[in-house]
Design a protein around this ligand. Structure first.
Ligand code: NAD
Length: 483
C-alpha cells in the first residue's frame, strides 16, 4: 500500500473486509427483518437525529467555518425526520407483495420485495447529514444492513455521526467508516449487494468502474449544471425572488442549486434590479451575518473565486449583490457574495463546470426554442426550473428537455416531496430514491410463480409434438396477426 495514504486510512481500509463479512454473515443468519424490527431501526435513527440536532448543527458549522444554523436544522435534520416518519407510516404497505392476476387457471403470481443484503453508502460534504443518512432510511426500510463512508471534508460531522450511530446500532446493522479518497476507493471496491454514491460526476465514474468489477448494482446521485428558465410569461418579481433565495441556500453549495439562468433579452435589466433588492432583503449584511454560509474550504473558495476572475478576464460583467461598504469576496472568512455574471461568452469556465457556489450566470435568449436548445447542447442536468404562466410553453419545455427532476415556478421543491423519486439522468446520475422509490431501489423485486396442480395446456407444449400442438400454435399465432 502506498505511503501517501494516511495511517488512519490504512487502518480503516484493512478493517473493511471484516465489517462487510460481519454484515453479510448476519444477513444469512437472521434473514429478512420483520416490519417491527425495521420500524425500530428507523425509530433509533430518528431519535439520534432529533436528540442530537444541536450537536450536529454545531459540527456542521465547525466544518464549514460558518453554516446558517437554520439550514442545518431544517435541511439536514428536520427533512430527515419527516422522511423517516413518512417511511415508518407507509412501510407496511410497501412491504406487501404485488399480486398479479392469475396467469393461468389455478396458478399464482406475485412480486416480493426482498432485502438486497448489505448496501454501501458514500456521501459528500455539502449536506453532510442529509445525504449520509437520507439513503439509509430507504436501505433500512427495505430490510438491509449498511456501511456508510461520509465525506472527509466535514470531519467533525462525520466523526459525530460515527459516534452516534455506534451508540444506537449494532455494528452488524449499521456502521460508519471515515476517511478520504483512498478509503472511498477501497470501500467502493467491496462486493456489496448494492451501492449508492452521492458526489461528483468525475468520482461517480470511478465508482461505476469499481462496482462493475463485482457486478454491484449502483445508484449514482451526481451533480451538474441545473438551468432555470425564466419565461416571457413569468411573474418576474416572484420568479427572481424565488430563484435568488434558492441560489443562496448553503451559498450555492447544493446539488440542485440553479447553476445558470436563461432570461428573455428584454427582461435582463429588470432581473438584475429585482435580484439586488431580493438579496438586500434576505441579507441586509453579509460579512458578519451568521445566516450567511461560508465556502467549505480554501480549495473551493479559490476555485469559485477563480471562476469569477476567469469570467471577468474573458469579458463578463461581474455584479456582486453585496451591501455598500462590504467586500464581495472575503478570504479571511471564506464568504463570497451572491454574484450575477452578465455578458457571458463561450469559453468561460463558469459556463463549462458546475459552479457549486453563490454565482449565477444570466444568459439571455429571444425565443423559447433558443433556450431549450441551449439546455440540450449540454449534459442532462439533475434539475431544471421553469418560471412562467404559459401552459403550452411549459409543456414544450417538459417534453423537449430531459433532467432528473423539475420544479415549476420555484426551485428545489421536487426534492423535498417524499412522494417523488429523486435522482439524476445521464451525467447527473442513474437510479433514484426517496420514499417508496428508495424502498424499491434497495429491494430485490423477486418474481414468484406457483404452478397449478393441473396445467391444461401442458400436453400441447411438450413433446412428443403432434397435430394438436401444430393446431395450438396456429391458433395462438392467429391471435397476434396484424389487424
Ligand atoms: P466528491 O465526488 O469529491 O466526493 C464524494 C465522496 O466520494 C466523498 O465521501 C469522498 O471521500 C469519496 N471519494 C473520493 N474519491 C473517491 C474514489 N476514488 N472512489 C470512491 N469514493 C471516493 O464530491 P463532493 O465534493 O463531496 O460533493 C460535491 C459534488 O456532489 C457536486 O458535484 C454535487 O453536485 C454532487 N452532489 C450530488 C447530490 C445528489 O443528490 N445528486 C447531492 C449533493 C452533492
Amino acid at each position: 500500500m502506498s505511503n501517501e495514504i494516511p495511517a488512519a486510512d490504512q487502518t480503516v481500509i484493512a478493517d473493511l473486509p471484516r465489517l462487510l463479512k460481519l454484515q453479510k454473515d448476519a444477513v444469512l443468519k437472521d434473514g429478512a427483518p420483520n416490519l417491527a424490527l425495521r420500524r425500530d431501526r428507523l425509530a433509533r435513527l430518528s431519535a439520534l437525529l432529533h436528540d442530537n440536532r444541536h450537536k450536529l448543527a454545531d459540527a456542521m458549522s465547525q466544518d464549514f467555518g460558518n453554516r446558517a444554523r437554520a439550514t442545518s436544522l431544517l435541511y439536514d435534520v428536520l427533512a430527515l425526520l419527516g422522511s423517516i416518519a413518512h417511511t415508518r407510516e407507509h412501510l407496511h404497505l410497501w412491504m406487501q407483495p404485488d399480486l398479479h392476476p392469475d396467469p393461468a387457471p389455478g396458478a399464482y403470481a406475485r412480486v416480493e420485495y426482498q432485502p438486497k443484503g448489505v448496501v454501501g453508502v458514500v456521501s459528500p460534504w455539502n449536506f453532510p447529514v442529509q445525504l449520509a443518512i437520507g439513503p439509509i432510511v430507504g436501505i433500512l426500510a427495505a430490510g438491509n444492513r449498511s456501511l456508510l463512508k461520509p465525506s472527509e471534508l466535514t470531519p467533525a460531522t462525520s466523526e459525530l455521526q460515527k459516534e452516534l450511530i455506534a451508540a444506537a446500532f449494532d455494528e452488524s446493522e449499521l456502521s460508519v467508516v471515515t476517511g478520504g479518497p483512498a478509503v472511498g476507493a477501497a470501500f467502493t471496491a467491496l462486493a456489496f449487494d448494492h451501492m449508492i454514491f452521492t458526489g461528483s460526476t468525475v468520482v461517480g465514474k470511478h465508482v461505476a468502474h469499481a462496482a462493475a468489477d463485482n457486478l454491484v448494482p449502483v445508484t449514482l446521485e451526481l451533480g451538474g449544471k441545473s438551468p432555470a428558465i425564466i419565461s416571457h410569461s413569468a411573474d418576474l418579481e416572484q420568479a427572481v425572488s424565488r430563484l435568488l433565495t434558492a441560489k443562496v441556500l448553503n451559498s450555492g453549495q447544493l446539488c440542485v442549486s440553479p447553476d445558470y439562468t436563461l432570461v428573455p433579452e428584454d427582461k435582463r435589466e429588470a432581473f438584475v434590479e429585482i435580484a439586488n433588492r431580493t438579496i438586500a432583503r434576505v441579507f441586509p449584511t453579509q460579512t458578519d451575518n451568521a445566516d450567511y454560509t461560508t465556502i467549505v474550504n480554501e480549495r473551493h473558495f479559490n476555485r469559485i473565486n477563480g471562476l469569477i476572475e476567469d469570467a471577468r478576464a474573458k469579458g463578463a460583467k461581474i455584479v456582486p449583490l453585496v451591501p455598500a461598504g462590504e467586500a464581495p469576496v472575503d478570504p479571511a472568512t471564506r464568504r463570497i457574495a451572491p454574484t450575477l455574471v452578465l455578458d457571458t461568452q463561450p469559453g468561460q469556465q463558469i459556463l463549462e463546470e458546475e459552479i457549486f457556489g453563490p454565482l449565477l450566470p444570466v444568459i439571455t435568449y429571444t425565443t423559447i426554442d433558443e433556450a431549450i436548445a441551449y439546455v440540450n447542447a449540454r449534459p442532462r442536468p439533475l434539475a431544471l426550473y421553469y418560471f412562467g404562466k404559459d401552459a403550452l410553453e411549459e409543456r414544450l419545455v417538459l417534453d423537449r428537455t430531459t433532467s432528473g427532476g423539475v420544479t415549476i415556478n420555484d426551485c428545489i421543491s421536487h426534492l423535498s416531496d417524499e412522494n417523488l423519486p429523486f435522482g439524476g439522468v445521464g451525467d447527473s446520475g442513474q437510479g433514484h430514491y426517496h420514499g417508496v422509490y428508495g424502498f424499491r431501489t434497495f429491494s430485490h423485486a423477486k418474481a414468484v410463480y406457483r404452478q397449478a396442480d393441473l396445467v391444461p395446456a401442458a400436453a400441447l407444449v411438450s413433446p412428443p409434438f403432434s397435430e394438436s400442438n401444430r393446431a395450438f400454435l396456429e391458433q395462438a399465432f392467429a391471435a397476434f396477426a396484424p389487424k
